[in-house]
Ligand binder design. Structure first.
Ligand SMILES: [Zn+2]
Length: 138
């Protein structure tokens, strides 16, 4: 009987471990919770923008150019904040899609599963904490 081929040389990509269905569910739940949280944050930011915009309109009678400039800047900052949240929502949604396809949550460097807590905090994480630290040290 021939010895089984050495998989270390056959695979260029790091071998992936396995996750149990329960773990996958845990990740899904964490991601879904994160998405809901971000959506809440987004809705709140939008209503704040609307509210502030209304205040600015009713309170703009005595404005000089500087005031108008400040208000425009504030508004731009709020909109970019809202867009930032929207981007994070998209990231979480993509993560959920990849999770369904079975290629989410593995470290790109060492192939280890990335801890659920880390994925919940950083849905776009592609490295485990250990590898991330190694990357940052370089
Ligand atoms: Zn790693």
């Amino acid at each position: 009987m021939a010895k089984p081929a050495d998989t270390r040389t056959a695979n260029r990509k790091p071998a992936r471990g396995t996750r149990t269905a329960a773990e996958t569910e845990k990740i899904r739940a964490a991601l879904a919770a994160r998405r809901d949280e971000l959506r809440g944050e987004y809705d709140q930011t939008l209503s704040e923008i609307t509210e502030l915009q209304r205040e600015r309109l009713t309170d703009s009678a005595g404005d000089d150019q500087a005031d108008t400039g400040t208000k425009t800047l504030e508004r731009e900052q709020e909109i970019s904040l809202a867009n930032g949240i929207l981007e994070r929502i998209t990231q979480v949604e993509r993560a959920l899609e990849r999770l369904d396809q079975g290629n989410y949550g593995w470290c790109e460097r060492c192939g280890d599963p990335i801890p659920v807590e880390r994925l919940a905090a950083f849905p776009s994480a592609t490295l485990c904490v250990k590898c991330k630290q190694l990357e940052e040290r370089r």
